[in-house]
Design a protein around this ligand. Sequence first.
Ligand SMILES: NC(=O)c1ccc[n+]([C@@H]2O[C@H](COP(=O)([O-])OP(=O)(O)OC[C@H]3O[C@@H](n4cnc5c(N)ncnc54)[C@H](O)[C@@H]3O)[C@@H](O)[C@H]2O)c1
Length: 322
Amino acid sequence: MPKALVTGCSGFIGSHLTEKLLDLNYKVIGIDDFNDYYDPKIKERNIVGFKNNKNFSLNKFDIRDNDSVSDLFKRENPDVVVHLAARAGVRPSLLQPILYEEVNVIGTLNLLEAARNNNCQRFIFGSSSSVYGECKNIPFKETELDLKPISPYGVSKLTGENYCRTYNHLFKLPIICLRFFTVYGPRQRPDLAIHKFTKLIDEGKSIPVFGDGQYKRDFTYVTEIVDGIISSISYSKTSFEIFNLGESHTTSVTDLVKMLENTIGKKVLIDWQPAQAGDVPLTYADVSKAQELLKYSPKTAPEEGIKKFVDWYLKDKSSVLV
Ligand SMILES: NC(=O)c1ccc[n+]([C@@H]2O[C@H](COP(=O)([O-])OP(=O)(O)OC[C@H]3O[C@@H](n4cnc5c(N)ncnc54)[C@H](O)[C@@H]3O)[C@@H](O)[C@H]2O)c1
């Protein structure tokens, strides 16, 4: 039975990935510190479906704790690492840049060190479209050299990628960095726009829209991301690769709001706010490399995915505690 170590196993993407790996008969060793970036009770709920699975074990500690990371690797000797634990919000990173650096960079280094010391066969790093910053070449391609992130979060992810590249070069650790583009779906983090807007619209409250509403995002349904991660685990040729995982369409905030209005069936009140520092105007993935090499094939159009998200939200409002 192959062994996968998943960091951030109780978060939004990590819990979906863990479920899928268990379905595929992996033994999953999870790490999560249940920090209060958002209500930890939501993270407890995320893992209800698998926490008692005999092939799953949960390790509650902070990836900044190098001794705990290294002891776990020695004990479990995982075949593959999928590293998703991070401080994940863009705007909060402007307020706590040092925390973002410590978790997203030092935490990543602790995992890379443990992976190379234990001869791990594959390391997958959950990176982000934020590394592209205000990139002018659209859609964004992995070959882009002019990467200038505009938030501490984006810098921390690019630094994580650079460490991954260096660890591959120096120690031949096989590594894939996956740049996720605005992920959504059931259990989406409550700080992200689709979740936040749905809650406010459902409660009849106004929603804050920053800038002129023309900011565009490449919204990607969570099962596409999970499929991309699974393909990366079994991708045979790699030494070091970077792949964009997006939907490869881009939707403006105004169009998103209309979609939510139609799906929820309530009129939206918009509270216009000034543009926020650190927010990029556009994200748009070229996914041709992932299509060709990982057989990545996003299938969920935003209208369909939004409906699935709203259905989940309305059915299980009690899961939304903030
Ligand atoms: N959701 C998105 O739209 C998106 C987009 C691009 C990249 N990403 C990346 O994907 C990954 C997962 O994102 P998510 O949306 O599921 O976020 P999430 O916050 O729901 O999940 C991250 C999990 O990691 C855990 N964690 C955080 N810091 C930790 C630490 N120091 N030690 C141990 N555990 C820790 C958290 O408790 C949480 O359960 C992150 O690396 C994020 O940067 C997400």
